[in-house]
Design a protein around this ligand. Structure first.
Ligand code: GLY
Ligand code: MN
Ligand code: MN
Length: 459
């Protein structure tokens, strides 16, 4: 049976055009300090086509569908220090490639492989130094033109093809993403329960205690890493969008915002929940929470095949705009109707990010947010806040198998005219959705979102 990775390679090969050849390296190892490296993470494009997570590898694929893998050679001494290497010999059967060579042969083999090819594809602006290396290989081909060799005349960005492929997930990917989402959902529940339990016991709870609970939960279920740096933000820290788990005290009566998700077998999950540290929402907290939740429900209802990527955002903004007026966060006397709030972007004071992004191997996954068939249909608008002229293009039409996050929020910094009872409250609710024909499948609801349900699980 052909492996899923071989099937993906065949689909890519079919798009390389006559005489095309693609070069797709994995990520380098990155030093953290002296001789310690950051934990190794493969390149997502490379992994998508090989399922191979070792460093030091590179895939070469031709339009005819031939696949050649360069990988680290077996080396008993290095393996004693750094661990097992698959090696080229075993790679052929294990990774279902046509041939494999040791990676130190790359510079000698590539000129030979590029000779008489029309177009060379590689990831642009992704691997530092790769473009220069390709130039070097092409120069080596040019040195042989007097002997009749032809040198590729075109270079193209292989990410353009792979981004489109990766945007619509296959069954194998969706299965992995559901499992990653389940693990993350259970981790959020554990962190909520730990917060309430420690506060009930009179303990000094810090953001890092909750982060520790998340990390333990991810690891205990086999996840390799967090998909991104976990945000555990107590109280007003939630209003700092890129806050990280730190040492701040988690206090009864305040909210905690946790934005955290694990990576499982190369796929990310991305969940945010906001909960009362001790398990009981106060009145103002609940009022804002219910508003964010209602705006998320509107976004979810707008997420289905055939809708546009921007539709959930617009649905969110419509609900938030009205809610901000109703709760007195915006003064109708000053900003006018909900429609005015939307047109003037007055909600931006409290909601300054978009409602979602593609999710996949990368937490902010690849894939164009513009509908490819309509990329030339531009219109201009003047942004009411910055005064800049912005070129709009029709946003992406959603298709079954695309995965996106739905993550509205409200962040209330103290400011003149903002009711004090809301000061310092930051709320985001984030779920991961697979687009389906009639709607979407929320894969992160293993952790509840309803305020009553959150209170119940914390008691
Ligand atoms: N955790 C990153 C994001 O929500 O986009
Ligand atoms: Mn997100
Ligand atoms: Mn997130």
């Amino acid at each position: 049976m052909t492996s899923i990775h071989a099937q993906r390679r065949a689909r890519l090969a079919a798009q390389l055009g006559a005489g095309g050849i693609a070069i797709i390296p994995t990520a380098p190892e990155r030093p953290r300090n002296r001789d310690s490296d950051f934990p190794y993470r493969h390149d997502s494009y490379f992994y998508y086509l090989t399922g191979f997570a070792e460093p030091g590898a590179c895939l070469v694929l031709t339009a005819e569908g031939d696949s050649l893998l360069f990988c680290r050679p077996k080396d008993v001494e290095r393996e004693i220090w750094d661990g097992y290497r698959l090696g080229p010999e075993a790679a052929v059967a294990t990774l279902d490639v046509d041939a494999a060579l040791p990676s130190d042969r790359l510079d000698t083999e590539l000129p030979r492989l590029l000779e008489n090819r029309q177009r060379v594809w590689f990831p642009f602006a992704t691997h530092e130094g790769l473009a220069a290396r390709v130039e070097g290989w092409l120069n080596a081909v040019r040195a042989r033109v007097r002997y009749g060799a032809l040198c590729p005349a075109e270079q193209a960005d292989v990410c353009a093809l792979l981004d489109e492929m990766r945007l619509v997930k296959d069954a194998h990917e969706l299965d992995t993403m559901r499992r990653a989402a389940d693990i993350s959902a259970r981790a959020h529940i554990r962190a909520m329960q730990r917060s309430a339990r420690m506060l009930r016991a009179g303990q000094d709870v810090r953001e890092y205690h909750l982060e520790a609970e998340l990390l333990a939960a991810f690891r205990e279920e086999g996840s390799q890493f967090p998909a991104y740096g976990s945000i555990v933000a107590a109280g007003a820290n939630a209003c700092v969008l890129h806050y990280r788990a730190d040492t701040a005290p988690v206090r009864a009566g305040e909210l905690v915002l946790i934005d955290a998700g694990c990576e499982l077998d190369g796929y990310a999950s991305d969940i945010t929940r906001t909960f009362p540290a001790d398990g009981r929402f106060t009145g103002p907290q609940r009022a804002l929470y219910e508003l964010v939740l209602a705006s998320q429900q509107a976004a979810i209802a707008a997420t289905r095949a055939g809708a546009r990527f921007n539709d959930p955002h617009e649905a969110t903004v419509a609900v938030l705009a009205q809610g901000l007026l109703d709760l007195g966060l915006l003064d109708a006397g000053k900003v006018g109707s909900a429609q005015d709030v939307i047109e003037q972007r007055a909600y931006f004071q409290f909601y300054m990010h978009r409602t979602g992004h593609w999710l996949g191997m990368d937490v902010h996954d690849c894939g164009s947010y513009v509908e490819p068939a309509e990329v030339g249909q531009t219109s201009e608008r003047r942004d009411p806040l910055s005064g800049e002229t912005i070129l709009n293009r029709p946003s992406r039409i959603l298709r079954p198998g695309m995965v996106l996050t739905i993550e509205p929020g409200l962040y209330v910094r103290p400011a003149p005219g903002v009711p004090e009872q809301f000061h310092g409250i930051g709320i985001r609710i984030e779920d991961d959705a697979i687009v389906t024909e009639g709607g979407c499948e929320l894969i992160t609801r293993g952790v509840p979102v309803e305020a009553d349900e959150i209170e119940a699980l914390m008691h």
